[in-house]
Structures are given as structure tokens and as C-alpha cells.
Design a protein around this ligand. Sequence first.
Ligand code: AMP
Length: 404
Amino acid sequence: MRVLVVNAGSSSLKCQLIETDGKVSLMKCLAEKVGKDDAYMSISFAPDFQKSTYSVSGLSVPECLKRLLDILVDDPESPISGLGQIDAIGNRIVAGGEYFSKAALIDEAAREKLDLCEDLAPLHNPPADACIDMMRSIMPDTPQVAVFDTAFHTTMPPKAYVYPLPMEYYEKYKIRRYGAHGTSHRYAAQQAANLLGRPLRDLGLITCHLGNGGSITAVNHGKSIDTSMGFTPLEGLMMGTRSGSIDPAILTYIMRREGISFDEMDSVLNRESGILGVSGVSADMRDVLDAVKAGNEQAELAIDMYVYRIQKTIGGYYAAMTRTDAVVMTAGIGENSAELRERIFDGLAHMGMILDKKRNDVTGEIGVNRIISIDDSPIKICVVTTDEEMRIARETSDLVSQMM
Ligand code: AMP
């Protein structure tokens, strides 16, 4: 099945055309700085993925998607010559609230429920919904599926998802913890079970998605029982530009002292904090590790804090589960940074997570998952390669096949 995966953000659009039978990508597209004058879109086609770049200045996210469709039909290098050759559309949706516990075919009822989720991710859900509507208007007969970042975490028990606030806010506004990166945690858990050669339902796993955003999930017998992101993807770990969890009283204190607005404070927490805010160097982990090597003390502090918060979260989830068989590392930093993995697990050997430094140092090939703990480590450490668009394509084709 040929699935167009649409991953719409507030100012970006990532798409892939994926042939799910052979698990191959036929087209990749990335639009960035959408809404700004210097917005651009790069598109590349299999097999060599040579990028062509187009200006998309002044276009909205759904208008960029429409432009991509026009190029897909017109470009002689394109793997398709008509939109009828796209069998299904898989949309990544950040927040599904309490309405969606798994991927859903978008019919009238599902589309109405999506409207009710917009407030939960005001930056991400509205452009994704607008893309769904645009695609429905020009390809009304092509099935569309919504794949939710939150769906995997709907198994969390109330003690994990209710905030210690007056219950009226949960009842009135559904303020609770929803988590995120669910598709990635689910996939990482399943891949780790395959690596360990045991059924997922028998295992206790701690999955660590460490990329630009970061979250850790306790996966007990295949189900998410707790996760570090909360009502929004701001809670939990220290991230590239996000603060993660801090004392909430700091917000009102800074706002009063600096005289800044809610929106400005929101921007400080989401865009100017985390690794970038503490290091003063960059949000990109590679730049910060380079700065550490050059002797930058702020960068060293940022890395120390980043690692410490991950260690504490892993320790907390060890306590939350009835058993822990493995810790699973995935996403940009988790997959690629042997140095950070070593720093994290140096502090966790006493819990039975014992890294094999040689295995850790080997850079894995894309798509090759592996165990990097010593043979008799009581708790195994795994590295799993994530591919969000491929997973969305798989979930979409599975659901659409069931309907046919
Ligand atoms: P993601 O959001 O999953 O694409 O991950 C992006 C993050 O992964 C950025 O902070 C990158 O600096 C980081 N990253 C990618 N490769 C490496 C590497 N070899 N070493 C350290 N960090 C890396």
C-alpha cells in the first residue's frame, strides 16, 4: 500500500510517501519556517533522494501540502503521476485527549472529536486538522487515518495521570497528564521484546526517547503505566529548548519581576530553556558536546543536568514497575550518542543496568537494533532505531487493510 504520511507542525511540515509492503520510502519532504518570508520546502525522490528546494513564502501549512501534491503529480522524477496512486493518508496528531486510545480512521465522528482536542495542543493539532480537511476536499475517496502521540499512554492509571490540583480543573478542562511520543515508545518496546526474544506482555521495560524533545515511559507488560511528559510536551526531562519540570511558582515570580506576558513566559519555557538555556551554546546536543570538549563549563553543567534528570526518571520508573527487564534507548541522542549513554549508565550500574563499553561504542547501522549491556547484566540495555513516518505508515496501512 502507498501511504502519504503527513506530519504537520506549527511552522513545519514533514511528509513521506511510503510503500508499506516493502517498507520503502519513495518521497521525502520537509517544509520549515512556514509562515515566514524565508519559508522553504525541500522535496526528494527515491532512489537517490537528491533534494530540490522551493520557496513557500507566505503559504500556510495546508497550502504547503497542496503545493507538494502539485509537485508530486507534475515532477517527471516523482514516483506517481496522479493522486489516485496514493492509497491512504496517515496523519500524525499530537493530542488525542481522552477520545482516542488508538489510531482512528477519519470519518465524520472522528473529525468532530478532533476539533475537541485542538485546545490540548494548540500549536500542533490545528494545522494537522487543517491538512486533513484540505486532503478530504481534494481526495475525498482516499482513506485517512489519524495516528496519535498520546494513544499509547491511555493505559496509564489515574494515580499517574491526575494532577494534584482541585479536581474541578480535570472535570472542567480535562487537565491531566497525556504524555507524548507514544508511537515511538510503543515501537521501541516492541523492538526490545524482539531483541530479547520474549513476548512484550511478559516484560517490564523503560523506554527512553531522547531527541530534541525527550520523554521516558514505564512499559509494564506492554502497557504504558507512566510517562514523563504531561498535559503538554513541556513536562518531564530537560530537552533541547524546553525546561522540562520546574517549580511552577518560578513562572509567576519571573513574570512579575520581568513584567513579561503569558505568551512571553511560554516562549521562555518552550524555546529558550533546556540545553540551550543552560549551555548558552545550542539546543543541538552535538554542538554542546563539542563545547564540553573545548572546556566550556556551562555546557558541562547542561550535560550534567540533562544526564542527572534522565537517571532520576529511570530510577523512578524502576520503582513504579513490578519488574524491569530492560532500558531501551531511542531517537537522535539515544541512538547516536555513545558518550551520553555512557554518562547515563555509569550512574545506574548499582541498579543492575551494566553497560558494555565496547558494545556501546559501536555505531549501529540505521535500522539495526542491538543490546549494549554486558551478558550477565541483570537489566539489559538496548538501542533501537526509530522511524516515526514509517511507523505511522504501518499503523495506517494496518487499519485501512482491516476496513477493506
Ligand atoms: P531527534 O529529535 O530524534 O531528531 O534528535 C535530535 C537530537 O539528536 C539533536 O540534539 C542532535 O544533536 C542529537 N544527535 C544526533 N546525532 C548525535 C550524535 N552522534 N551525538 C550526539 N547527539 C546527536
